[in-house]
Design a protein around this ligand. Sequence first.
Ligand SMILES: [Ca+2]
Ligand SMILES: [Ca+2]
Length: 246
Amino acid sequence: MKHWIRILVVGTTLLASAVSQASLVNLSTWQAEGSGLWITSSDGTSAYQTSNSPTSILHNNTASQGMLFTGQFGVATSSDDDFFGFVLGYDSGDLTSASADYLLIDWKQNSQSAFGGQSKRGLSISRVSGVATDANLWLHSGSVTELQRAAVRGNSGWGDNQFYNFELLFTANLVELTINGVKEISLAGSFNNGGVGFYSQSQEHATYRNLTSTVLQPVTGQVPEPSSLAILALMLVGLSVSRRNA
Ligand SMILES: [Ca+2]
Ligand SMILES: [Ca+2]
């Protein structure tokens, strides 16, 4: 193999190791917990929760830190005005476990009086420690501690029959949610590892589709992407010089 071809092959391999591919997630292997009924499409690319029932979760039952998830989510009906969203760091059985420790991202369409308090319209992230009752989840009280409201949609409800593009980053010390290109949540902390899941609370037709996952490269022990790009750029410059000199 000519020297410059070998250099090019090595450079391309370096790049490939630094940038991993997003892969489509098959939702048919996910597990449902709580009430409600999740229906997954036959090709596994979409799922929705059918009924106006209390806490309902569909999760991947897989430790998911170090991942970026993308997809679309929305409520595919004009009926009702309650919650849907995500759970992160969720372990099987957490709904009824006193030792549960996971994050809840929920989005309510309209404010309303409930459980002796006021349930607030908008998007936010909370930490759930222990068993979350319906009242806790509606009011962000007791075992549900609200940590941050969304930057733009913190006090705005979701739209009927409207689908939103999302990017959801989950690491041991950072969670970020971007919706339609707007970074709504950026929360630093120390988070329990666990599964990622969909959440609905008293909201029928909470729908998720085209979920992809990308494994993020560890910050240490890897050649960072800019360095790899710089190396390749240097090699390409060298290649063009050596061809001119040939
Ligand atoms: Ca509605
Ligand atoms: Ca409802």
